[in-house]
Design a protein around this ligand. Structure first.
Ligand code: NAG
Ligand code: NAG
Length: 331
């Protein structure tokens, strides 16, 4: 391995990490960076790739380092990458966006890639995940801002699929019907319930019922509990809001980056990762709800707040990785 000064570096870096938490670090950051660069011959990006463990810790540190860069060239490159993400140029596997930007950064930072191959590999993976997530956020935003449209046959079909999956063996008497309330919609026509979450709310509900149908039916049976019940669909849409907020404000990065880096070949963040994150939230929320045994739905805000706090504190751990392991339940 190309790492003759590994231990020396680790010592230095762990010292720095203790300093990072204080604001003093911000004042001395340029000076510390300069000293470290002189002492190790490595720039901050390289030190991060070599010393931080793969996953959220490393990627968030790389993000921080790039965004904090004083170099105009680096700033321009970041703008370019943000644009490329918006135009969805990352998901195109033949696209040279990642390799070109890694080469550009290395030119700016005077890093010779042929000498620093492990850095090149690790840094490319970080770039690919950072802007892959950026790109996915545009997709998610697109779904969220697409309102449910009863004129759109694909929306209507998804809604009817949801019924069929959650009410197996029970026909819906008509498209507009009081029966929707059995799924926890507010009125006769679910189309008005998606509101701020648009089609994203429906896609999430549908994914949960389709891919984890036992778990979804299990949760629905709790929602229909005679004394501790809640509105399945309304709560489900509200949890899309929570999932969306946690992804949008960056809180969920620990989970996403760890998830995408855990294999030997990191995968890019995809929409199914968002759907699964949502499924995890729904299942866990239901568990909390049943434990709290609320007397009525008026307690929703209180329980949702506790839930959000729990989830946020778990996500604050850079090692966080939520695992979907629904018990097989028969109801
Ligand atoms: C689960 O999700 C994937 C990807 O969205 C889909 O292709 C697959 O058919 C789903 N599985 C089931 C059992 O519905
Ligand atoms: C979800 O519920 C919380 C708490 O009651 C509320 O503040 C929020 O606006 C709701 N979001 C949606 C999309 O309904």
């Amino acid at each position: 391995m190309y790492l003759p000064f590994g231990d020396y570096l680790k010592g230095l870096v762990s010292w720095i990490i203790t300093v990072i938490s204080s604001n003093i670090y911000q004042i001395f950051r340029p000076g510390i960076k300069w000293v470290l660069r002189k002492a190790t011959g490595l720039c901050e990006l390289q030190r991060t790739c070599y010393c931080e463990p793969a996953g959220a810790k490393r990627i968030v540190a790389i993000e921080h380092s790039l965004r904090g860069s004083k170099s105009e060239q680096v700033k321009k490159l970041l703008e370019f990458l943000d644009r490329a993400a918006k135009e969805k140029r990352f998901s195109d596997s033949s696209s040279p966006v990642v390799s070109n930007s890694v080469r550009a950064i290395c030119d700016i930072k005077k890093i010779r890639l042929e000498v620093h191959q492990p850095f090149g590999k690790s840094f490319s993976e970080c770039v690919s995940l950072i802007w892959g997530l950026n790109e996915l956020m545009h997709t998610i935003e697109g779904l969220r801002s697409t309102a449910y449209d009863a004129e759109d046959a694909s929306h209507e079909e998804k809604l009817l699929d949801l019924w069929a999956l959650l009410m197996p063996g029970k026909e819906l008497d008509s498209r507009v019907s009081n029966s929707w309330k059995e799924l926890g919609f507010q009125g006769e026509d679910p189309k008005t319930d998606f509101r701020g979450m648009g089609i994203l709310g429906l896609e999430n509900l549908l994914y949960f019922s389709k891919n984890y149908s036992n778990a979804a039916l299990h949760v629905l049976s709790h929602a229909n509990h005679p004394s501790h019940g809640y509105s399945y669909a309304i709560v489900g849409i509200n949890l899309t809001h929570l999932a969306y907020t946690l992804w949008k404000d960056g809180t969920a990065k620990s989970h996403i980056y760890n998830l995408c880096s855990q294999l030997s070949k990191p995968c890019r963040p995809r929409l199914i990762h968002f759907h699964r994150f949502y499924c995890y939230l729904f299942f866990e929320f239901d568990k909390l709800w049943m434990r709290e045994k609320p007397v009525n739905i008026m307690e929703f805000s209180r329980i949702r707040d506790i839930f959000e706090k729990n989830i946020r504190s778990q996500l604050a751990d850079p090692n966080c990785l939520f695992k979907l392991n629904f018990p097989v339940v028969h109801i």
